[in-house]
Design a protein around this ligand. Structure first.
Ligand SMILES: Cc1cc2nc3c(=O)[nH]c(=O)nc-3n(C[C@H](O)[C@H](O)[C@H](O)COP(=O)(O)OP(=O)(O)OC[C@H]3O[C@@H](n4cnc5c(N)ncnc54)[C@H](O)[C@@H]3O)c2cc1C
Length: 376
């Protein structure tokens, strides 16, 4: 490679999802020359239900009316929750407590306003240490590498993240499709009230989520064995309830990712740090990953700015401390109760309107008490 063909930047972000584009935006705002590399061209789809809380919009300083012009932003004012095969509890808030977005639109929007130089459609093929910095794909030199490539991020692998088989991941399958005029009429799913139903063994849950003219259905589980069967049971349950019609497409897309506390990924080293799913930060109670991805991106950017272009691991260490302070200590999954009793009590609690509102929704899914993080 000739010196002229070599590309240089102050920071290279690998991955243009919410974590990568948020971190890139925060760094470019402070005058860093940021290059962002993604294996996909954008707009691209991402396997995701596309549910976010108002805190995400606040942190990203997204004005709902401005975003909604030409994009899907579905206000959510209530939820139906319960057990698959059981009855549902409806919880109403009478104000938007969440929104539905389409990842193909949301991620493209964030990337477009990141201010970073983009290299899209190019995967990471090689990562080599060069002095204090890095040589990526034999063509990009940078003193700082930010791993934002999601669960399978190559930067995370270079920091020792194990292969999928040995990590206790959430495995999920999802489909999102446009409803035609006839399906829109026949679909009983209410756009302002998504439905969440837990598996009877409480190891996962399924969702049915209508956003404008689109329907998103999926199921995720901490125990990946029998995922397809659980999904089939869930779809049969939704059809039997009349929520969805019999003719929904059946080509679900799968993905896996790590919940915080379920695995231990190293998040910093000399000249490198991990954010978002690459660091394994999704909330264990709900599987929500966009908010921790965005927040980790801002915490990383604040640490990078303070490091004053010295990216030795001791200068990046405050990032790990900030993550811990913001997200709380990473606790492995554990229950004080025997599994059978845990399931019995869990099943009974899910039928309680009080438990659905105050614990399942306000505490686990909406994190109502945790204020939005603001960029420094
Ligand atoms: C089925 C399912 C449903 C979900 N639903 C929700 C939800 O409703 N709400 C929520 O908050 N969270 C949800 N999540 C979690 C959420 O999708 C993730 O936590 C979130 O996308 C993490 O963002 P990120 O930027 O870290 O990574 P990603 O969004 O995964 O972005 C990573 C980027 O890196 C790129 N990349 C990967 N490998 C390479 C490579 N080798 N070279 C270059 N680029 C690469 C990818 O193309 C991608 O663009 C769901 C997850 C699943 C699987």
């Amino acid at each position: 490679m000739t010196a002229a063909a070599m590309e240089r930047c102050d920071a290279l972000v690998v991955g243009g999802g919410p974590a990568g584009s948020t971190c890139a935006a925060a760094l470019t705002r402070h005058g860093l020359d940021v290059l962002l590399l993604d294996q996909k061209t954008f707009p691209r789809d991402k396997v995701c239900a596309g549910w976010i809380t108002p805190a995400v919009l606040e942190t990203l300083q997204i004005e709902p009316a401005e975003y909604a012009a030409g994009r899907v932003l579905q206000p959510i004012t209530g939820f139906r929750t319960g057990l698959i095969g059981g009855s549902a509890v409806e919880t109403c808030y009478r104000r938007p407590v969440s929104y539905g977005i389409r990842r193909c639109e949301f991620d493209y929007y964030l990337l477009g306003r990141s201010g970073a130089r983009l290299r899209l459609g190019e995967p990471v093929r090689s990562l080599e240490r060069r002095g204090e910095g890095w040589l990526v794909n034999g063509a990009i030199e940078t003193p700082l590498l930010i791993g934002a490539g999601g669960h399978f991020c190559p930067v995370a692998r270079s920091l020792g993240a194990p292969s999928q088989a040995s990590e206790p991941v959430v495995a999920a399958k999802e489909i999102e499709f446009a409803l035609d005029a006839r399906q829109q009429k026949a679909c009983e799913a209410r756009a302002d009230t998504p439905e969440l139903y837990f598996c009877r063994d409480l190891l996962g849950y399924g969702w049915c989520f209508r956003k404008g003219g689109y329907l998103n259905i999926g199921l995720g589980r901490e125990d990946r064995s029998g995922l397809s069967q659980h999904l089939d049971d869930f779809c049969a349950f939704l059809k039997q309830r009349g929520t969805i019609s019999a003719d929904i497409p059946i080509r679900f897309h799968g993905h896996a990712y790590l919940l915080r506390g379920r695995g231990a990924r190293t998040v910093i080293d000399n000249g490198v740090l991990l954010i978002g799913d690459a660091a394994g930060l999704a909330y264990p109670e709900s599987g929500e990953g966009i908010r921790p991805a965005v927040e980790s991106a801002l915490l990383a950017a604040a640490t990078i700015r303070e490091a004053g272009r010295n990216y030795r691991s001791e200068r990046l260490a405050p990032y790990a401390q900030r993550l811990q302070a913001r997200l709380g200590p990473a606790r492995p999954a554990q229950s004080m109760l025997p599994a059978g009793l845990h399931r019995l009590i869990g099943g009974m609690l899910l039928e309680s309107a009080w438990f659905a509102r105050h614990v399942v929704l306000d505490r686990w899914f909406l994190r109502a008490r945790q204020r939005a993080l603001h960029a420094a």
